[in-house]
Design a protein around this ligand. Structure first.
Ligand SMILES: [Zn+2]
Length: 233
């Protein structure tokens, strides 16, 4: 049985055949709406007991094993390691889903979605309008058996978080054969793939802190080149 990873927009804007897609309609990204520009994004873990979009939200620690937060943070780190993104965890204020809130841009919670298997989680595309706080929110299905990065005894929290955060950041489903943003659970892909990285860098640009050579090096090098030229001539 194939396990689905859902989002609430069923129609995607296909930017390139057989590759990543972005959210439909106007560009939906955090930070400056200009493509290729970075963003600082907050996230928070919901407390549970709030109204969710389909049912009452459940706290993640009521149905996930100890260590789930580290798995989700690993997923955020995977995206920020390749794109110009900065994630900050803040406290959740316990507001109901999609109401005025001081919680994170991305609120992470649990919800009874469709029982075991089927849809594992769903997420909402970015939306920075103050009246639509649902933008970016991510709900894990409380009926699944979740596991800490394991391929054997349950659904990998890390893998599903990695996929859903992709939606929370503005990516749709990919048609590439190797992509975490494919529509089906596929933990054999052990981290972000080239197609995922191309998609997120299209929206936010590359991780500028990952550039290994500082500008001062090139200034120095250009000085050496100038010196070499001086000697040659
Ligand atoms: Zn999905």
């Amino acid at each position: 049985m194939k396990l689905f990873l859902s989002l609430f927009c069923l129609f995607f804007f296909i930017s390139t055949a057989n590759a990543y897609t972005i959210s439909p309609g106007p560009i939906k990204k955090w930070g400056d709406p200009t493509l290729g520009t970075g963003a600082t994004i907050s996230y928070s873990f919901m407390l549970g007991g709030e109204e969710c979009d389909q049912a009452v939200c459940s706290p993640l620690n009521s149905f996930m094993p100890t260590g789930f937060q580290q798995e989700i943070k690993k997923a955020f780190n995977a995206w920020s390691s390749v794109a110009n993104l900065n994630f900050i965890e803040i406290a959740d204020d316990g507001a109901n889903f999609n109401t005025l809130t001081t919680s994170g841009d991305i609120r992470i919670g649990g919800e009874a979605i469709d029982g075991p298997s089927g849809v594992l989680a769903h997420a909402f595309y970015p939306d920075t309008h103050w009246y639509f706080s649902a933008g970016g929110d991510l709900h894990f299905d409380s009926a699944e058996t979740w596991s800490i990065d394991s391929l054997i005894d349950g659904i990998s929290i890390f893998w599903v978080a990695l996929h859903e955060i992709g939606h929370s950041l503005g990516l749709g489903h990919s048609e590439a054969s190797k992509s975490v943003m494919g529509p089906f659970y596929n933990p054999s892909l052990n981290g972000l793939q080239a197609d995922d990285i191309a998609g997120i860098q299209y929206l936010y640009g590359a991780n500028i802190s990952a550039v290994p050579i500082p500008a001062a090096f090139w200034l120095l090098l250009s000085g050496f080149i100038g010196l070499i030229r001086l000697r040659r001539y």
